[in-house]
Design a protein around this ligand. Structure first.
Ligand code: DQA
Length: 148
């Protein structure tokens, strides 16, 4: 069983970028802990970070038929990218939307997620812990669906 973790724009700057909002851990630290959760369940995890919307869409296409779940923190594309929405709609596995911060408690433009309507669930506002929770949720949702 396999989970694909996707990271959108500016998440490559985690640790240095607005640490008061996003914490001081680097993306690699979050990925390491997310991988450890997957491994505990006997799953494998791959990760891609991109600042490019099209590359993110391609990564969702690549997960079709290959990954049992996608955990996606699409950054600001979560609020704007209908092409990402459509790609996820065409993906058959479990989708967990992830945010370090709680977008609902921030500026109004962050209150709408175009990922949410095509996600099975959402982990937000938990900081770095969210990466572990989101993988845990993806694995267990896939199990409940009978696909794991
Ligand atoms: C974010 C929240 C988004 O609104 C923002 O654009 C990000 C990070 C989060 O993880 O809290 O880039 O996805």
């Amino acid at each position: 069983m396999h989970v694909t973790l996707l990271s959108g724009p500016n998440l490559d700057l985690l640790g240095a970028r607005e640490p008061e909002l996003y914490g001081t851990d680097a993306l690699a630290d979050h990925v390491r802990r997310a991988s450890a959760v997957a491994e505990r369940h006997g799953w494998t995890l791959d990760h891609l970070q991109t600042n490019d919307e099209g590359v993110l869409v391609d990564a969702v296409h690549a997960a079709r038929g290959r990954a049992d779940a996608i955990v996606v923190n699409a950054g600001a594309l979560s609020h704007t990218s209908w092409s990402l929405h459509d790609a996820l709609a065409a993906y058959e596995g479990v989708v967990v939307e992830l945010h370090l911060s709680n977008p609902a408690a921030r500026e109004p433009f962050r209150h709408t997620s175009v990922v949410a309507p095509v996600a099975d669930g959402l982990v937000a506002g938990m900081g770095g812990l969210g990466y572990e929770l989101a993988v845990e949720a993806a694995v267990r949702l896939a199990g409940a669906r009978g696909t794991a």
